[in-house]
Design a protein around this ligand. Sequence first.
Ligand SMILES: Nc1ncnc2c1ncn2[C@@H]1O[C@H](COP(=O)(O)OP(=O)(O)OP(=O)(O)O)[C@@H](O)[C@H]1O
Length: 321
Amino acid sequence: MSDLTITNLSKSFGSHTALRDISIDVKSGEFICLLGGSGCGKTTLLRLIAGLETHDQGALLLAGKDLTQVPSHKRNIGMVFQSLALFPHLNVAGNVAYGMKLAGVQKEDIAARVSSLLDMVGLSGLENRSATALSGGQRQRVAIARALALQPDVFLMDEPFSALDAGLRDQMQEEVKRIQRDLGVTTVFVTHDQREAMALADRIVVMNGGVIEQAGPPDELYARPKSRFVAQFIGINNLFDVAGQPTIAVRPEAIGLATDGAGPRGTITRQRRLGALMEREISVGAQTIFQSEFAGKGPSFDDGASVVLSWSADQAWALPA
Ligand SMILES: Nc1ncnc2c1ncn2[C@@H]1O[C@H](COP(=O)(O)OP(=O)(O)OP(=O)(O)O)[C@@H](O)[C@H]1O
């Protein structure tokens, strides 16, 4: 069991509060993504879990055991941080074996384990390649194998794929998800990319200014954002403000268009077809509303057409004040 329990954790740097009252129960085997913009405290939270910083207040428990006094190297945590480079003087196998040697694992066991780890990350055959002669994706694979070598209770990753191009990033996301599921390792992954969080997480924790805005499964955040910040951060959400009433969030794909009827009226300012999808921008008063649908599903309109927007009540979500 490796439940990670974070309770009312706070951390300040001088007068700056980086984290305030953070509570998350990460279940054993769960994949959590910390999602938020620059400076919201994601990395600080990861560093507290890793023991690279100490918290000011609150509690951090792993499988019920208080981690406060446990030094970083005794926490049995595997890390892939952007800044944690490979050892350049070692080859691939040497990098993966490094922690096991330090931990006193038997030589034969190390060799077998290196081989199975490299197999897991798709690098079999590259054992003797220098760490300096690897592509970006290969370097990340070695870093992942190295981090998982000692079968950690918790696997921490901080924006590991942000330097990779889009195609490779998608591929690495799929592989990390597969590896994480196969091993069942409790994982906390930091990203500022909502698509990455959606693709990976069992549960997303949206952070803003050192506090948690909302935590929940991707579908729940997507369909039922609790605040304007989450609605906008998690993807394009159209927000309708009517004086004296709660703001209504409506997803682009929930909006239907017609020439007549009841509902807000607007003008199509832009439309483009992306493969099977038609995407439109519609100006309604001073607001731009996004609408999307399968091309050909609804009526077609000329650019500049005047249209009425509608959606069914169950597709609209009133944001709590
Ligand atoms: N060692 C430190 N000393 C002083 N301030 C710090 C320190 N580490 C972080 N901070 C501050 O704490 C806040 C949170 O930083 P953190 O690195 O956790 O943000 P982040 O969400 O990971 O952002 P990014 O995505 O840009 O890395 C920032 O305002 C940052 O400047």
